[in-house]
Structures are given as C-alpha cells and as structure tokens.
Design a protein around this ligand. Structure first.
Ligand code: AMP
Length: 216
C-alpha cells in the first residue's frame, strides 16, 4: 500500500495515518513529525526548519525534497508507506513522482480529507500535547480529566506554537495558496479519492477503507 494523505492542517491526516499504521504493514511518514524531532534534537535540519515552522510557513521545497528522497529509500518503506504532510506544493509532488519512478514504484492512492475551515480552527487551537508522552487532547472535544495535566502519565500539557489561533489561520492560508494546487494536480487522476473528515456516520478509517477498497 503506497498512499498519500492530503488535507489542510487539522483535517485529521495524522490521526488517520496512525490508525492505518496500526492496521496495515506500512511506514507512516509525517514530514511535520520528522521536522519537530529534528528541531527538538537541534540537528542541522532542525535548525534550517525551525523559523519556518514557528511562523506557520512551509519549509523550502529543496530541504523537504532531499529529506524525503532519503527517507523513502529506507528499508521500512519496502512494505509500503503512508505519506502524511507531503507533498505540500506542486514542485514537491513532481519531485515525488520522479523519486518513485527512479525506485520503480508508483502510488496506489491519493486520499484528500475534506474539512470545513472553522472546524479546523476549533480542532487545532484547542489541541494540547503532553510534554512527556506525546498524548493528544482537545480542550473542547477531548479534555484531560486532570486539567492541564496528562491523564496517562501526569506530564504537563502544552499548546504547540503553531497551534495558536493566529498561526493556525496563517497555516490555513498557506494551505489554500500552496497545497490546493496539489489537490488539483492529483484530482484528475484515477488514483484520487475525496473523503469527508467531518465524520458523519462512518469513522475516518472506515471512510478511508471504502476509498482505497481495503475493507476486509
Ligand atoms: P504539520 O505537522 O504537518 O502541520 O507540519 C508542521 C510544519 O512543518 C508545517 O507548518 C511546515 O512548516 C513544516 N512542514 C511539514 N511538512 C512540510 C512539507 N511537505 N513542506 C514544507 N513544510 C513542511
């Protein structure tokens, strides 16, 4: 299974990718997670990405493309992969096509998670993350019973800098300007599916399985 998940910040790509990862033998590749890990460890890549990330801007294409060209060649990708947060621009989509072609691979499906802008603002600006174990809460939809302390490990909950409402609105603007063309890039292809991330009736993983025809 070689899949791209497309969608605005907060559309639920990360949540869905984690569910796919649990159920199917694939490598879950989140460019946002890779960058955050590098920033945390103060690596050269992290130093290059940090200022862009904190202000909600995209990291320049050449940095992201080089990182992904290396990541996709790692052995765990042989079993398949789910890309979460990449490609985010048309040049990244074109570069991905080239990388896969060089590797003799093709994509099985591109799944676009469609969601309303105001839903995203509520989801993201209410999100809190545990500093110790990474568990995710939402002040409105899934609060911790211990306030700003993690229910699971007692760690402190914090808001990611890029989840502040002003930054979220900027990230959405960046998405509509730079990533909507990526949706158009794939939309005409037979591998493209659109699913609703508003969760009416079916769970996200069920919607996904219907889209990729993977329901057992
Ligand atoms: P995410 O968690 O996917 O929203 O990513 C967090 C931040 O990492 C984004 O706001 C960007 O600054 C950066 N980032 C992640 N993926 C990409 C990408 N494919 N291209 C450029 N920047 C990215």
């Amino acid at each position: 299974m070689r899949i791209i998940l497309l969608g605005s910040p907060g559309a639920g790509k990360g949540t869905l990718a984690a569910e796919i990862d649990k159920k199917y033998p694939v490598a879950h590749i989140s460019t946002g997670d890779i960058f955050r890990e590098n920033v945390k460890n103060n690596t050269p890549l992290g130093k290059k990405a940090q200022a862009y990330m904190e202000s909600g801007k995209l990291v320049p294409d050449e940095i992201v493309i080089e990182m992904m060209a290396n990541r996709l060649r790692e052995p765990d990708c042989e079993k398949g992969f789910v890309l979460d947060g990449f490609p985010r621009t048309v040049p990244q989509a074109e570069a991905l096509e080239k990388i896969l072609e060089e590797m003799g691979l093709s994509l099985d499906r591109v799944v676009f998670l469609d969601v309303d802008e105001e839903t995203v603002v509520k989801r993201l600006s209410g999100r809190r993350v545990c500093r110790s174990c990474g568990a995710i809460y939402n002040m409105e939809f899934k609060p911790s019973s211990r306030g700003d302390i993690c229910e699971k490990c007692g760690g402190e909950l914090y808001q990611r800098d890029d989840d502040r409402e002003d930054v979220v609105r900027h990230r959405l603007k960046v998405f509509y300007e730079q990533t909507s063309p990526v949706v158009c890039y794939y939309e005409g292809k037979h591998i493209f599916s659109r699913i609703s991330s508003e969760r009416h009736g079916h769970s996200l993983i069920e919607e996904f399985e219907m889209a990729v025809g993977a329901k057992e």
